[in-house]
Design a protein around this ligand. Structure first.
Ligand code: 2P0
Length: 336
């Protein structure tokens, strides 16, 4: 029998920071919508820059949840955040509405994983504010319900998200594969638009699972790509990781294009950047690409190659900015 939730008698507040992450072996497709269970595992890098900072204040004086994104009320995103807070409040056995103040240092919803860093930071902030005592595995499980990729931003460095087998999602969690110090790769992100994407990941994945004739093949092939990437990371074998990561990104986009109607996340600048990166690697520069559900191109490289990669991407017509980042830590509590 569940206990009645405790009413707070004073505000409780905490802040957390989380880095965005990019998958090298892509997550695309769900096996359960309500619990947000992935149909495939994934492997990602957590970034040092491209962070979200979130402060949550549970306050008995509030009569509804409030969301402020970059200092402005955001009524469009409030219901998703409020539903997520309901779940965390139920788990923590607490009742009080909350004010959530969140800020990204990168464009929201343009394929830079704002939901990943956002839900990871929010989960860690709520854990601290309510003194819920959730361990890292539980934080990852809870963050996943907010957004699948958020489960990965709980951890730093190289991270693997497990598909899991259970219907309750307890084993659909991320875990660290290797720390930042194991292989301190660098990332350069070529930004070619600041507009929000037309079709969000959740809707895009669902359309793909429902309509692509190639969806089962994608799901069945994923364990082979995960094993290949795990081995490449363990051995720090750049060429091997480059081939499997580019293969996974292109397969994900090919799959998304094969949905009806097909999903086109690339723009012309995206394609030009991919060619530039392939040409650099052919010339011996250790760099490869990945692209998520938006047009931005992420180039992953050995540290020595970063200036060359940055300059080459900045030179592509249509690139507005190139953002650089190293690998970063998992989500953590910060001073309010
Ligand atoms: C990834 N993406 O593995 C893939 C590749 C986008 C493209 O994880 O529906 O925003 O909230 O679970 O977490 C983005 O997916 O989707 C994502 P939901 P989410 O990085």
């Amino acid at each position: 029998m569940s206990k009645a939730p405790i009413e707070l008698d004073a505000p409780r507040c905490a802040s957390a920071r989380a880095g965005a992450n990019f998958a090298l072996i892509k997550y695309w497709g769900k096996r359960d919508l309500a619990l947000n269970l992935p149909d495939v595992g994934s492997i990602s890098l957590t970034l040092e820059r491209l962070c979200t900072e979130t402060t949550v204040s549970f306050d008995p004086a509030l009569d509804a949840d409030e969301l402020l994104l970059d200092g402005r009320p955001d009524p469009a995103r409030t219901p998703r955040i409020s539903a997520f807070l309901d779940l965390l409040r139920a788990r923590a056995g607490m009742r009080a509405f909350a004010r959530v103040e969140t800020a990204n240092d990168f464009p929201t919803a343009a394929g830079l994983a704002s939901s990943a860093s956002g839900f990871a930071a929010l989960t860690v902030a709520v854990n601290a504010a309510l003194a819920a005592g959730w361990d890292a595995r539980t934080l990852s499980e809870l963050a996943r319900i907010g957004s699948g990729s958020a489960a990965r931003s709980i951890f730093g460095g190289f991270v693997e998200m497990h598909r899991g087998e259970r219907d309750d999602g307890r084993d659909s969690v991320a875990e660290p594969l290797a720390g930042v110090g194991h292989w301190p790769l660098q990332v350069a992100v070529a930004i070619s638009t600041r507009a929000e994407k037309a079709v969000g990941s959740t809707e895009g994945m669902q359309r793909t699972a429902d309509t692509s004739p190639f969806y089962r093949a994608w799901v069945e092939h994923q364990p082979a790509d995960l094993a290949e990437a795990r081995a490449a990371i363990a051995d720090k074998d750049f060429e091997r990781l480059a081939e499997v990561a580019e293969g996974s990104a292109l397969a994900m986009h090919g799959l998304a294009m094969s949905a009806r109607p097909g999903l086109l996340y690339f723009n012309a600048t995206t394609m030009e950047c991919l060619h530039r990166i392939r040409a650099l690697r052919a010339d011996g520069v250790p760099v490869f690409f990945t692209v998520d559900a938006g047009p931005q191109v992420k180039a992953i490289c050995e540290p020595v190659a970063l200036p060359t990669v940055r300059d080459a991407l900045a030179d592509v017509p249509g690139v507005l900015d190139v953002v650089e980042s190293g690998l970063g830590p998992g989500a953590e509590v910060i001073d309010s």
